[in-house]
Each structure stands twice: as C-alpha cells, then as structure tokens.
Design a protein around this ligand. Structure first.
Ligand code: TSJ
Length: 685
C-alpha cells in the first residue's frame, strides 16, 4: 500500500516581479489542404466539410449560452479555463510542467504551456491539420493521442473551438520539431493558414494561444477580473501536484507607477497542501494531513483530509478537476468509508463502548476539511445544475480506496484516531441537545406572530413585499431606529453586542442563542432543510451597524450566520447592508452628509473650507438622533443600501461582494460610492 503522510510544505503563493518575456513573432508559409469553395461568401479555400464546420461555429455564436452557460462575466472567465484545461491535460499526460496565463493590456488573454505542442500534421479523418481541427470543429478537443484521462471540457464540455468562435480574434502558435507554426482566426474563421513562421531549438516545444473575447457576444463585460482568475488557477494548481501556473496582469492600474501583478502557484503536495491552505486560519486537531490515493475500476481517486477545531465540515469534490458542489457518487463513497472505518476502529479499540450507538457520519465529519478529487473517463453530471456526479463506479472506487488506506492509517496513528473519535462523541451529545433546541424553535415559529421576539418592533403592513427589517447593533441605536422608522413598512430588531460566531459554536449553543432565535422567528422562513422562502416576512433584511471596525465585524458575523443557515436569502438578493454616514457638515443652515473621507473632502472643495463650517464626525449610529438616522440611513428615498451577493468562481473561497443601491434623490454621491463600494469579505478567514 502506498501512503505518504509527509509534513506539509509551505504554500508557494508568491508575488513575483514581472519580466516581460514577450510573444515571439516569426515568418514563412505552409499550405492549406483544400480548395473546394462551396460557399461564395467565404473568402479562402474551404471544402464542403469546412463549411459545415463554420456553420457549427456559427451555432455557437448564435446561442453562446448553450456552450458556455452564460455570456456574463462568468462566461467570459470560463473561456480562459477552457483553454487552460488543454494545457492541464498535457501536464496530466506528463509532458507539461508550466502554464503561463497573461492578461494583456487590451484584455486579450495569452495562455502558454511547455508541452509537446498541438500536433501540426494532417489529421487523416478530416484531411486537415490537427491545429485547425482543434480550433474549428466543435467538440474536437482531445481526439488525438491516447492514454491518460480526458480532463478538459468541464461542465459545459466545449473546448478550444468554442473559445475561438466567441473571440473577436484568436492566434495559436505551436513550437515543435524545431519549427514555430502559427494560425490566426477571426470570430471562429481561419484568417491565415497554419504557417511555419520561424525556427526554434528542437527541444523547445509548447503551445501559445492568445484570444480576445468578442464584445458582440460578451455584451455585459469583456474585462477580466484578476482575482477571479487567480482563485481558479490556484485551485487548478492544487489539483495537479507539481504543475506550475503563473498568472500575470499587464493592464495598467490607472495609477502613475505601473505595477504589474503576478502570482505563481505550484504545490508539490497537491491536494494535501490544498487542505493545509483551507485550514490556514483554523486550528488543526492533529498535525498530519491524511492522504489516500489509488485506482480502482478505472477510477483514479485522491483524497486529503484533516480535522480542525471548528464545527462545520468543508468537503470539496472534484471530478476531472471540475468542482461538483452538489457532490455525487464520489462523495457518497467517501462519506461511507469514513463513517464505517472510524466506527469499526472505535469498537475494536473500545473507545466506543458496546452500550453506545454508532457515531453518525455527521458527527465524524464535524470540523473536517476534505478534498475528494477523482479522475474518471466519461463523467456523467446530473442534477438540476449538472453539478453532481452520477457514475456509480466512482462510489465503490472511492469507498474501497479510502476504507482500506484509512484503516491502515488509524492503526499506525492511534492518537489521531482517538482525537477524532472523541470529538465525534462530543458532537454526538451536542447534536442530541441541538435537536431538542431546534424542535423548540420550530414549534415556536409555527405559532407565528404570537411568538415573535419581544424586542422586535414589527411593522403594520402585512404584505411582505412592502416590508423590511432592520437588524440593528445595540439597544440604544435600536431605540433611535424604532422612533425614526416608518412604522407601516419598517420593522426593527435590536441585537445586543456581538452576535455569536456560528463557525465557532456548536449547534446546541447556536440554537440557545437569543439573538439567533430572534432572527429566525422574525424572518419566518425556517432554516436549513426547513427553509421556505415563501414564508419570508420581509422583502429586505437590512443589517445596520456602526461604520467602524466593530460594525464591519458584526456585519461579517451576521452574514456568516445568514450564509450558513439561510443561504437562499443572500442568493435571492434579500440581504442588504445599510450605509450610515461618517460626517455631517453644516454651513449657512445647509446640511451635507459624507459617507467617506474622500467625499468629505470633495464637499469641502465644493462649498469652500470656511471657518464657520461645522463638521460632526459620527462614531456610531447611537450618536445620531432619530431624525438624522432617518434622513441619512433609513429613508428609502435618500439612503444608500448595499446588496449582498455571492460572487465566487470557486466553492472553496466564498466571496461576498456588494452592489450599491441609492435612494432616488441622491445623485452626486453616486460616482464615488460606486467606485468604492466593492469590498470583499472572505468567509473562510
Ligand atoms: F486546445 C487549445 F488549443 F486550446 C490548447 C491546447 C491551448 C493551449 C494553451 C495548449 C494546448 C495544448 C495541447 N497543449 N498541449 C497540447 N498537446 C496536444 O494537443 C498533444 C500533443 C501531442 C500528442 C501526441 O500524441 O503526440 C497529443 C496531444 C493531445
């Protein structure tokens, strides 16, 4: 049995200084294979087959959503992953060690690898060279060569030709056999034949693709987000041990000094280091990261895990490097193996007494961080969003590899086994207590308004669509908010002090927490599996806290609670942050409110910096009288709200971003605030 439980290595996520290696351009010409022009609108020499091909790519341009899911920012970034996937395949085949992704100044992207280079010879089936096949025939990816797993073409399974079809232009350069080949395309159509444009040392091989997404297709945006690419490329590097991926941003930042951003990811430990990375801000319960690996029934299985002292489990599953947030057969197999093996070990070694019931899977997984990564031929994605693995052979393979190797590991590491089982026993007891507490909460919420929390000042309008609830930090601000509000439509729920961190508390304590109980009953929706959005009593849930560090912390705790217990509230756009002002400025009986230092300065520039300016710095909501609170923060006509959104490419890094919504009558602040509204909080930290 092969096992490795080495000490975790440092994670190499380093900022590096960029040196431009540049794209090398060369000359010469090769020949196009055919000259049967069937379509008079086509310039150049295409066969009937070629014309069909072009129609194929036209279909992609007509209905891009069918091929990449969406033409939003998400779809735009997806193009990069489609190209990079090809290089990752080459790495998995053992021929590529480094991938470079560069965002160029014009928002085109270059992907370069040091693999064998896409074959340039004539493909017998189509009579065309393989490069052209890859870029102009739908679903042509990965048809050459054998061995290894076909990993590219994720959820939407499309590949290079789709990227080509959706690009204003695309250029591919292949180095192989001492020659540099190049071909260019526009909106999916070849503009030049595959030409030899120069020579290179014969041991220098690789593929370079540069493409510019077509603004006619990506009408929302064609601007790449560095951080989104960084997250996903880091994940890809974790999933392919030893592969080095470099991301570089050559766009100017608007600042005077041109600072080029660059990150390099390379993890010799692969998913073991992924687990260490995910646990980076947590306290591991033991030092080792457990790692199991093997192949069974043609399924390659890799699992890494480690428990931390928190109470939530984080399991991330991948099939052929594609995230499957809804799990599926591999997850089922993993969980089954974990539950079975720990229970067996516990019984055999008398840590679990005969009189005690088995540990449940949930108990054993409390605080676990696990990566389940499998490689499989012909993956079947199921479920509404096609994010669940359906292949049954994946269940047995994962189960047997994890069972066998975990059993062996526990025998070799009895202290780890004991630690996990003891934590599971505590989880079991807490879960029983939680069940009782939860039932109380549930029974209470059935009684609806009769059991609404005493501190809640509810609104009189009974149509939830018109209603909003303010969750207000502190009793004194709560008091102001109660007298300031518009009674018909605005409810106030004051919350005392810092709310419980649900990431750090066991379930029974969560249900015993007064603030949390009050929120759950007030919202009316129930939680987790009981959640029912149609029971929501308020259209807007508005978190109103001081505009300081403590306030921001409370925002985070509150959002964490909402995200863990009722994520749909956030996903469906019901959760907002109120934005109280930082300053009040009075001059000649006129009043201005500033929501940032920059805005204060701008107002001062506008009105003049006179002696008689009266500037009041608000430290907290409590400092405002009800009238001020109303006009600056609560009045729907004048206030600024930030709507909370989940904006993340990778499941393992949940990012919340905020869109600013303004009251109708406030124009001048718009620009500034929109520029500054986007801050990101990482729930994992
Ligand atoms: F597909 C693509 F055009 F998008 C693309 C492919 C983009 C990039 C950046 C790289 C690649 C790519 C393809 N890198 N490496 C390869 N390798 C092959 O296509 C290849 C080479 C040799 C053999 C062989 O059997 O000799 C087989 C294959 C699939």
């Amino acid at each position: 049995m092969e096992q490795e439980f080495k000490k975790n290595r440092d994670i190499k996520d380093m900022d590096t200084v960029f040196e431009n290696t540049g794209a090398q351009n060369m000359e010469t010409a090769a020949e196009k294979p055919d000259d049967n022009v069937k379509d008079p609108t086509q310039v150049g020499n295409y066969t009937a087959d070629n014309i069909q091909i072009l129609e194929g790519l036209e279909a992609v341009r007509k209905r891009p959503g069918m091929y990449i899911g969406t033409t939003s920012s998400r779809g735009l970034h997806h193009l990069v992953y489609e190209i990079v996937d090809n290089s990752v395949d080459e790495a998995l085949a053992g021929y590529c060690t480094h991938i470079e992704v560069t965002i160029n100044e014009d928002d085109s992207v270059t992907v370069t690898d040091n693999g064998r280079g896409i074959p340039t010879g004539i493909n017998h089936k189509s009579g065309k060279n393989a490069v052209e096949v890859v870029f102009t025939i739908l679903h042509a990816g990965g048809k050459f060569g054998g061995g290894g797993y076909k990993v590219s073409g994720g959820l939407h399974g499309v590949g290079a030709s789709v990227v080509n079809a959706l690009s204003e232009w695309l250029t591919v350069e292949v180095r192989s056999g001492g020659k540099i080949h190049r071909q260019s395309y526009e909106r999916g159509k070849s503009k030049t034949p595959l030409e030899v444009i120069g020579s290179c040392p014969s041991d220098e091989t690789g593929t370079m693709v540069t493409f510019k997404p077509d603004p006619l297709i990506f009408q929302e945006t064609t601007v790449f987000d560095y951080d989104i690419l960084r997250q996903r490329l880091r994940e890809m590097a974790f999933l392919t041990k030893g592969l080095r991926i470099t991301l570089t941003d050559l766009r100017s930042t608007g600042e005077e000094e041109k600072k080029i951003r660059q990150h390099t990811f390379c993890y010799e430990g692969g998913i073991r280091e992924f687990v260490t990375y995910l646990n980076r801000s947590k306290k591991p319960l033991y030092e080792k990261v457990l790692y199991f690996e093997g192949t069974k029934n043609n399924v390659y299985v890799e699992v890494a895990l480690q428990h931390n002292d928190s109470y939530t489990d984080s399991e991330y599953c991948f099939v052929n490097n594609i995230n499957t947030p809804e799990g599926g057969m591999h997850l089922v197999g993993f969980r089954n193996a974990l539950t079975k093996t720990f229970n067996e070990y516990g019984r055999k070694n008398k840590i679990l007494k005969d009189s005690e019931p088995n540990l449940s899977g949930e108990d054993i997984r409390e605080g676990i961080t696990a990566i389940i990564s499998i490689k499989i031929e012909d993956p079947q994605f199921e479920g509404q969003t096609k994010q669940k693995l359906g292949n049954v052979e994946a269940r047995g393979a994962t189960d047997s590899i994890v069972s066998e190797q975990l059993k062996y590991f526990l025998e070799q590491n009895p202290s780890v086994a004991r630690t996990v089982i003891e934590k599971s026993l505590m989880a079991q007891r807490a879960r029983e207590a939680a069940r009782k507490a939860r039932e109380l909460t549930r029974r209470k919420s059935v009684l609806d308004t009769m059991s609404l929390p005493g501190k809640l000042a509810d609104c009189s309008d009974k149509d939830p669509k018109n209603c909003e609830i303010f969750l207000v930090e502190g009793d004194s601000a709560g008091g102001s908010a109660k007298s300031a509000r518009s009674r018909a439509t605005q409810a106030i729920l004051p919350l005392r002090g810092k709310i419980l961190n649900v990431e750090k508390a066991r379930e029974d304590r969560i249900y015993a927490n007064e603030e949390i109980k009050a929120m759950i009953t007030a919202f009316g929706t129930g939680i987790h599996n009981d959640f029912d959005i149609s029971k929501l009593r308020y259209d807007k849930i508005i978190i109103m806290t001081d505009a300081d560090v403590d306030g921001a912390h409370i925002d985070t705790l509150m959002l964490t609670f909402l995200y863990r217990f009722m994520p749909e509230l956030i996903k469906q756009g019901h959760v907002y942050l109120a934005m109280p002002p930082l300053y009040k400025l009075e001059k000649n009986r006129k009043v201005w409110y500033a929501y940032s230092d920059e805005e204060l300065n701008r107002i001062l520039n506008d009105v003049g910096r006179d002696q008689n300016n009266r500037i009041q710095r608000y430290k907290g909501l409590g400092e405002m009288d009800p009238e001020q609170l109303w006009e600056t923060t609560m009045d729907p006509e004048r206030r600024i709200l930030k709507r909370v959104q989940i904006n993340s490419e990778t499941e393992s890094e949940v990012d919340l971003t905020f869109t600013t919504l303004m009251g109708d009558k406030v124009e001048p602040r718009r620009e500034f605030i929109e520029e500054n509204a986007r801050f990101v909080q990482n729930l994992d930290i």
